[in-house]
Design a protein around this ligand. Structure first.
Ligand code: FE2
Length: 364
Protein backbone atom coordinates (compact mmCIF):
# COMPACT_ATOMS: atom_id res chain seq x y z
CA UNK A 1 0.00 0.00 0.00
CA UNK A 2 1.16 3.52 -0.71
CA UNK A 3 0.02 6.87 0.64
CA UNK A 4 -1.63 9.28 -1.76
CA UNK A 5 -2.56 12.83 -0.78
CA UNK A 6 -5.82 14.38 -1.86
CA UNK A 7 -3.82 17.39 -3.07
CA UNK A 8 -2.08 15.12 -5.58
CA UNK A 9 -5.35 14.34 -7.35
CA UNK A 10 -6.48 17.01 -9.79
CA UNK A 11 -10.12 17.93 -10.30
CA UNK A 12 -11.46 16.06 -13.33
CA UNK A 13 -9.02 13.18 -12.84
CA UNK A 14 -10.66 9.78 -13.06
CA UNK A 15 -9.94 7.56 -10.06
CA UNK A 16 -8.43 4.43 -11.56
CA UNK A 17 -8.24 2.37 -8.37
CA UNK A 18 -9.95 2.17 -4.99
CA UNK A 19 -8.76 4.68 -2.38
CA UNK A 20 -8.65 3.20 1.17
CA UNK A 21 -8.38 4.46 4.73
CA UNK A 22 -5.74 2.89 7.04
CA UNK A 23 -8.30 0.33 8.21
CA UNK A 24 -8.82 -1.02 4.74
CA UNK A 25 -12.23 0.56 4.11
CA UNK A 26 -12.80 2.01 0.66
CA UNK A 27 -13.24 5.79 0.87
CA UNK A 28 -13.47 6.49 -2.85
CA UNK A 29 -14.24 3.61 -5.21
CA UNK A 30 -12.45 3.37 -8.52
CA UNK A 31 -14.37 4.70 -11.50
CA UNK A 32 -15.29 7.99 -9.76
CA UNK A 33 -14.00 11.32 -10.97
CA UNK A 34 -12.49 13.87 -8.61
CA UNK A 35 -14.72 16.93 -8.41
CA UNK A 36 -14.58 20.07 -6.21
CA UNK A 37 -17.70 18.77 -4.43
CA UNK A 38 -16.14 15.38 -3.63
CA UNK A 39 -12.95 17.11 -2.48
CA UNK A 40 -14.96 19.31 -0.10
CA UNK A 41 -16.87 16.33 1.28
CA UNK A 42 -13.63 14.51 2.01
CA UNK A 43 -11.97 17.52 3.62
CA UNK A 44 -15.07 18.12 5.74
CA UNK A 45 -14.52 14.61 7.10
CA UNK A 46 -10.85 15.34 7.76
CA UNK A 47 -9.74 13.05 4.96
CA UNK A 48 -6.74 14.47 3.17
CA UNK A 49 -4.91 11.27 2.25
CA UNK A 50 -5.61 7.71 1.21
CA UNK A 51 -3.88 4.42 0.81
CA UNK A 52 -3.65 2.80 -2.61
CA UNK A 53 -2.75 -0.73 -3.51
CA UNK A 54 0.36 -0.67 -5.69
CA UNK A 55 0.89 -4.42 -5.93
CA UNK A 56 2.08 -5.19 -9.44
CA UNK A 57 1.59 -1.58 -10.40
CA UNK A 58 4.99 -1.19 -11.98
CA UNK A 59 4.63 -4.34 -14.01
CA UNK A 60 3.83 -3.75 -17.65
CA UNK A 61 2.00 -7.08 -17.81
CA UNK A 62 -0.62 -5.51 -15.55
CA UNK A 63 -0.94 -2.26 -17.35
CA UNK A 64 -4.58 -2.99 -18.06
CA UNK A 65 -5.03 -1.70 -14.52
CA UNK A 66 -4.06 1.73 -15.74
CA UNK A 67 -7.03 1.90 -18.04
CA UNK A 68 -10.53 2.99 -17.24
CA UNK A 69 -13.39 0.57 -17.79
CA UNK A 70 -14.55 1.93 -21.21
CA UNK A 71 -11.00 1.65 -22.54
CA UNK A 72 -10.73 -1.97 -21.51
CA UNK A 73 -13.98 -2.64 -23.36
CA UNK A 74 -12.62 -0.90 -26.46
CA UNK A 75 -9.42 -2.94 -26.29
CA UNK A 76 -11.47 -6.12 -26.01
CA UNK A 77 -13.60 -5.08 -29.03
CA UNK A 78 -10.49 -4.40 -31.08
CA UNK A 79 -8.85 -7.66 -30.09
CA UNK A 80 -11.97 -9.54 -31.14
CA UNK A 81 -11.97 -8.02 -34.63
CA UNK A 82 -8.23 -8.52 -34.93
CA UNK A 83 -8.49 -12.18 -33.98
CA UNK A 84 -11.46 -12.70 -36.34
CA UNK A 85 -9.50 -11.16 -39.21
CA UNK A 86 -6.51 -13.29 -38.40
CA UNK A 87 -8.66 -16.44 -38.22
CA UNK A 88 -10.49 -15.86 -41.50
CA UNK A 89 -7.37 -14.84 -43.40
CA UNK A 90 -5.40 -17.84 -42.18
CA UNK A 91 -8.21 -20.25 -43.01
CA UNK A 92 -8.57 -18.71 -46.49
CA UNK A 93 -4.83 -19.00 -47.14
CA UNK A 94 -4.85 -22.61 -45.95
CA UNK A 95 -7.91 -23.18 -48.09
CA UNK A 96 -6.10 -21.85 -51.13
CA UNK A 97 -3.17 -24.15 -50.49
CA UNK A 98 -5.56 -27.13 -50.53
CA UNK A 99 -8.18 -26.29 -53.18
CA UNK A 100 -6.65 -23.36 -55.09
CA UNK A 101 -9.66 -21.27 -54.19
CA UNK A 102 -10.49 -18.28 -52.01
CA UNK A 103 -13.86 -17.30 -50.60
CA UNK A 104 -13.94 -13.73 -51.86
CA UNK A 105 -16.97 -12.85 -49.75
CA UNK A 106 -15.26 -13.86 -46.50
CA UNK A 107 -12.24 -11.76 -47.42
CA UNK A 108 -14.39 -8.79 -48.40
CA UNK A 109 -16.30 -9.07 -45.10
CA UNK A 110 -13.03 -9.20 -43.19
CA UNK A 111 -11.85 -6.02 -44.94
CA UNK A 112 -15.20 -4.35 -44.19
CA UNK A 113 -15.11 -5.34 -40.54
CA UNK A 114 -11.60 -3.96 -40.16
CA UNK A 115 -12.56 -0.67 -41.82
CA UNK A 116 -15.63 -0.30 -39.57
CA UNK A 117 -13.71 -1.17 -36.43
CA UNK A 118 -10.79 1.15 -37.19
CA UNK A 119 -13.34 3.87 -37.96
CA UNK A 120 -14.49 3.55 -34.35
CA UNK A 121 -11.31 2.71 -32.48
CA UNK A 122 -8.33 3.94 -34.50
CA UNK A 123 -6.56 5.23 -31.37
CA UNK A 124 -6.86 1.81 -29.77
CA UNK A 125 -5.48 -0.03 -32.82
CA UNK A 126 -2.51 2.27 -33.05
CA UNK A 127 -1.83 2.17 -29.37
CA UNK A 128 -1.81 -1.55 -29.07
CA UNK A 129 1.55 -2.55 -30.40
CA UNK A 130 1.21 -5.52 -28.12
CA UNK A 131 -1.82 -6.78 -29.96
CA UNK A 132 0.47 -8.37 -32.47
CA UNK A 133 1.54 -11.89 -31.91
CA UNK A 134 5.22 -12.38 -31.92
CA UNK A 135 5.59 -14.80 -34.77
CA UNK A 136 6.23 -14.63 -38.39
CA UNK A 137 3.36 -16.11 -40.31
CA UNK A 138 2.34 -14.29 -43.43
CA UNK A 139 -1.27 -13.83 -42.41
CA UNK A 140 -0.46 -12.01 -39.18
CA UNK A 141 1.80 -9.65 -41.03
CA UNK A 142 -0.95 -9.21 -43.63
CA UNK A 143 -3.60 -8.23 -41.07
CA UNK A 144 -1.19 -5.64 -39.64
CA UNK A 145 -0.47 -4.27 -43.11
CA UNK A 146 -4.21 -4.06 -43.82
CA UNK A 147 -4.72 -2.10 -40.56
CA UNK A 148 -1.96 0.36 -41.46
CA UNK A 149 -3.34 0.67 -45.02
CA UNK A 150 -6.75 1.65 -43.60
CA UNK A 151 -5.20 4.20 -41.24
CA UNK A 152 -3.23 5.70 -44.11
CA UNK A 153 -6.25 5.63 -46.42
CA UNK A 154 -8.33 7.44 -43.79
CA UNK A 155 -5.73 10.15 -43.50
CA UNK A 156 -5.91 10.51 -47.31
CA UNK A 157 -9.68 10.90 -46.91
CA UNK A 158 -10.50 7.82 -48.97
CA UNK A 159 -14.16 6.86 -49.06
CA UNK A 160 -15.38 3.64 -47.54
CA UNK A 161 -15.25 1.67 -50.77
CA UNK A 162 -11.64 2.66 -51.39
CA UNK A 163 -10.73 1.92 -47.78
CA UNK A 164 -12.14 -1.58 -48.18
CA UNK A 165 -10.19 -2.08 -51.40
CA UNK A 166 -7.02 -0.82 -49.73
CA UNK A 167 -7.65 -3.18 -46.81
CA UNK A 168 -8.12 -6.12 -49.19
CA UNK A 169 -4.93 -5.14 -51.02
CA UNK A 170 -3.15 -5.20 -47.63
CA UNK A 171 -4.65 -8.55 -46.61
CA UNK A 172 -3.66 -10.16 -49.90
CA UNK A 173 -0.38 -8.42 -50.81
CA UNK A 174 1.80 -11.34 -49.69
CA UNK A 175 -0.50 -14.18 -50.77
CA UNK A 176 2.19 -15.35 -53.21
CA UNK A 177 4.23 -16.46 -50.19
CA UNK A 178 1.97 -19.48 -49.79
CA UNK A 179 3.88 -20.99 -52.71
CA UNK A 180 7.28 -20.33 -51.17
CA UNK A 181 8.96 -23.11 -49.24
CA UNK A 182 8.93 -22.78 -45.42
CA UNK A 183 12.64 -23.54 -45.42
CA UNK A 184 13.11 -20.20 -47.19
CA UNK A 185 10.28 -18.26 -45.51
CA UNK A 186 11.33 -19.18 -41.98
CA UNK A 187 15.08 -19.34 -42.50
CA UNK A 188 16.72 -17.61 -39.54
CA UNK A 189 19.88 -16.65 -41.40
CA UNK A 190 20.57 -14.68 -44.53
CA UNK A 191 19.09 -16.07 -47.77
CA UNK A 192 21.42 -17.28 -50.51
CA UNK A 193 21.11 -15.61 -53.90
CA UNK A 194 19.10 -18.52 -55.22
CA UNK A 195 16.77 -18.49 -52.19
CA UNK A 196 16.36 -14.74 -52.54
CA UNK A 197 15.43 -15.17 -56.19
CA UNK A 198 12.77 -17.72 -55.22
CA UNK A 199 11.48 -15.50 -52.40
CA UNK A 200 11.11 -12.55 -54.75
CA UNK A 201 8.82 -14.63 -56.93
CA UNK A 202 6.03 -14.17 -54.32
CA UNK A 203 5.17 -10.88 -56.01
CA UNK A 204 4.49 -12.38 -59.44
CA UNK A 205 2.87 -15.50 -57.99
CA UNK A 206 0.58 -13.28 -55.90
CA UNK A 207 -0.41 -11.25 -58.93
CA UNK A 208 -1.19 -14.39 -60.89
CA UNK A 209 -3.33 -15.82 -58.09
CA UNK A 210 -5.29 -12.60 -57.59
CA UNK A 211 -5.63 -11.44 -61.17
CA UNK A 212 -5.71 -14.59 -63.31
CA UNK A 213 -7.09 -17.14 -60.91
CA UNK A 214 -9.38 -15.14 -58.61
CA UNK A 215 -10.34 -12.28 -60.93
CA UNK A 216 -9.61 -9.54 -58.42
CA UNK A 217 -9.56 -5.94 -59.70
CA UNK A 218 -6.25 -4.83 -61.12
CA UNK A 219 -5.36 -2.45 -58.26
CA UNK A 220 -5.60 -5.25 -55.68
CA UNK A 221 -3.55 -7.67 -57.75
CA UNK A 222 -1.00 -4.94 -58.45
CA UNK A 223 -0.41 -4.39 -54.71
CA UNK A 224 0.82 -8.00 -54.64
CA UNK A 225 2.98 -7.44 -57.71
CA UNK A 226 4.38 -4.00 -56.92
CA UNK A 227 4.81 -3.72 -53.14
CA UNK A 228 8.57 -4.32 -53.42
CA UNK A 229 9.07 -1.81 -56.22
CA UNK A 230 10.95 1.33 -55.20
CA UNK A 231 10.70 5.03 -55.91
CA UNK A 232 14.20 4.96 -57.47
CA UNK A 233 13.17 2.13 -59.84
CA UNK A 234 15.58 -0.33 -58.17
CA UNK A 235 12.89 -2.59 -56.70
CA UNK A 236 11.52 -5.91 -57.88
CA UNK A 237 10.15 -7.65 -59.86
CA UNK A 238 9.80 -5.00 -62.57
CA UNK A 239 12.20 -2.17 -61.58
CA UNK A 240 9.37 0.09 -62.66
CA UNK A 241 9.50 3.84 -62.20
CA UNK A 242 7.70 5.76 -59.46
CA UNK A 243 4.87 7.04 -61.64
CA UNK A 244 4.00 3.49 -62.76
CA UNK A 245 3.49 2.14 -59.20
CA UNK A 246 -0.15 2.10 -58.13
CA UNK A 247 -1.19 4.11 -55.05
CA UNK A 248 -2.19 0.95 -53.11
CA UNK A 249 1.19 -0.60 -53.93
CA UNK A 250 3.04 2.48 -52.67
CA UNK A 251 0.93 2.43 -49.51
CA UNK A 252 1.53 -1.30 -49.04
CA UNK A 253 5.30 -0.78 -49.45
CA UNK A 254 5.38 1.66 -46.51
CA UNK A 255 3.15 -0.45 -44.26
CA UNK A 256 5.10 -3.57 -45.19
CA UNK A 257 8.47 -2.06 -44.21
CA UNK A 258 7.08 -0.50 -41.02
CA UNK A 259 5.44 -3.73 -39.91
CA UNK A 260 8.54 -5.76 -40.76
CA UNK A 261 10.87 -3.59 -38.69
CA UNK A 262 8.56 -3.15 -35.70
CA UNK A 263 7.53 -6.80 -35.54
CA UNK A 264 9.61 -9.53 -33.99
CA UNK A 265 11.00 -11.97 -36.53
CA UNK A 266 12.90 -15.21 -36.22
CA UNK A 267 16.12 -13.44 -37.12
CA UNK A 268 15.82 -10.08 -35.41
CA UNK A 269 14.40 -8.09 -32.51
CA UNK A 270 11.67 -5.55 -33.10
CA UNK A 271 12.45 -1.84 -33.42
CA UNK A 272 10.46 0.51 -31.21
CA UNK A 273 8.01 2.72 -33.11
CA UNK A 274 10.02 5.92 -32.62
CA UNK A 275 13.14 4.15 -33.95
CA UNK A 276 11.12 2.79 -36.87
CA UNK A 277 9.94 6.30 -37.74
CA UNK A 278 13.55 7.47 -37.87
CA UNK A 279 14.43 4.51 -40.08
CA UNK A 280 11.53 5.21 -42.47
CA UNK A 281 12.77 8.78 -42.85
CA UNK A 282 16.17 7.51 -43.99
CA UNK A 283 14.65 5.59 -46.89
CA UNK A 284 11.98 7.97 -48.13
CA UNK A 285 12.51 9.17 -51.64
CA UNK A 286 14.69 6.14 -52.46
CA UNK A 287 12.46 3.24 -51.44
CA UNK A 288 9.27 4.89 -50.30
CA UNK A 289 6.93 7.61 -51.46
CA UNK A 290 7.85 10.74 -49.50
CA UNK A 291 4.48 12.38 -49.02
CA UNK A 292 2.66 9.12 -48.21
CA UNK A 293 5.34 8.22 -45.66
CA UNK A 294 5.09 11.63 -43.98
CA UNK A 295 1.33 11.20 -43.86
CA UNK A 296 1.72 7.73 -42.36
CA UNK A 297 4.14 8.89 -39.67
CA UNK A 298 1.76 11.65 -38.66
CA UNK A 299 -0.85 9.02 -37.91
CA UNK A 300 0.89 6.10 -36.30
CA UNK A 301 1.64 5.81 -32.63
CA UNK A 302 5.17 6.82 -31.82
CA UNK A 303 4.49 5.99 -28.17
CA UNK A 304 2.13 3.02 -27.98
CA UNK A 305 -0.02 2.53 -24.89
CA UNK A 306 1.95 1.02 -22.05
CA UNK A 307 5.19 2.78 -23.05
CA UNK A 308 7.03 4.06 -20.00
CA UNK A 309 8.25 7.59 -20.53
CA UNK A 310 10.11 10.38 -18.78
CA UNK A 311 8.66 13.89 -19.07
CA UNK A 312 10.57 17.16 -19.22
CA UNK A 313 9.18 18.10 -15.78
CA UNK A 314 11.01 15.12 -14.28
CA UNK A 315 7.95 12.90 -13.87
CA UNK A 316 7.91 9.30 -15.02
CA UNK A 317 4.70 7.90 -16.41
CA UNK A 318 2.93 5.43 -18.65
CA UNK A 319 1.18 6.20 -21.94
CA UNK A 320 -2.44 5.27 -21.38
CA UNK A 321 -4.33 6.99 -24.18
CA UNK A 322 -3.68 8.39 -27.65
CA UNK A 323 -5.29 11.25 -29.54
CA UNK A 324 -5.98 10.60 -33.24
CA UNK A 325 -3.69 12.72 -35.40
CA UNK A 326 -1.40 13.77 -32.51
CA UNK A 327 0.95 10.82 -32.07
CA UNK A 328 3.44 12.73 -29.92
CA UNK A 329 0.84 14.13 -27.50
CA UNK A 330 -0.67 11.17 -25.62
CA UNK A 331 -2.22 11.07 -22.14
CA UNK A 332 0.33 9.98 -19.55
CA UNK A 333 -0.49 8.51 -16.20
CA UNK A 334 1.91 9.42 -13.40
CA UNK A 335 1.54 6.49 -10.98
CA UNK A 336 3.70 8.16 -8.30
CA UNK A 337 1.24 11.00 -7.92
CA UNK A 338 -1.89 9.21 -9.07
CA UNK A 339 -2.54 11.90 -11.69
CA UNK A 340 -2.86 12.17 -15.46
CA UNK A 341 -1.05 14.52 -17.82
CA UNK A 342 -2.83 15.16 -21.10
CA UNK A 343 -0.06 16.39 -23.38
CA UNK A 344 -2.59 17.70 -25.88
CA UNK A 345 -3.99 20.04 -23.22
CA UNK A 346 -0.69 21.05 -21.66
CA UNK A 347 1.80 21.83 -24.38
CA UNK A 348 4.58 22.84 -21.99
CA UNK A 349 5.07 19.18 -21.12
CA UNK A 350 7.05 16.99 -23.51
CA UNK A 351 8.17 13.40 -23.59
CA UNK A 352 11.89 13.48 -23.05
CA UNK A 353 12.82 9.86 -22.95
CA UNK A 354 11.49 6.32 -23.27
CA UNK A 355 12.21 4.18 -20.22
CA UNK A 356 12.97 0.47 -20.23
CA UNK A 357 12.30 -0.06 -23.95
CA UNK A 358 12.53 -3.85 -23.70
CA UNK A 359 9.78 -3.87 -21.13
CA UNK A 360 7.48 -1.35 -22.75
CA UNK A 361 7.40 -3.20 -26.07
CA UNK A 362 6.23 -6.43 -24.40
CA UNK A 363 3.05 -7.96 -25.74
CA UNK A 364 -0.10 -7.72 -23.63
FE1 FE2 B 1 6.16 -9.05 -49.80
Amino acid sequence: MKKLYLSQIENGSPISQDLYNPHGAILVPKGKTMTPKLRQQLLRNNIDSFLIDITGYESIENYYEHFEEPEIQQIEAVKKVYNNSFASLSSEFENFKRNRNLDKKTLRDTAKELVASIGKYQHVYLGLEGIRRKDFYTYIHSVDVAIFMIVMGKSLRMDEKNLEQAALAGLLHDIGKISIDDSILLKPGKLTNLEMEKMRKHTEIGYEILKEKMNYPDEIARAALEHHERMDALGYPGKISWDKIHLYSRMAAICDVYDAITGERVYKKAMLPHEAVEYLMTIVGKHLDRSLTTQFIRNIAVYPMGTKVELNNGENGIVIKLHDGYPTRPVIKIPEKGIYRDLLQDNTILIQNILCPEESSEAI
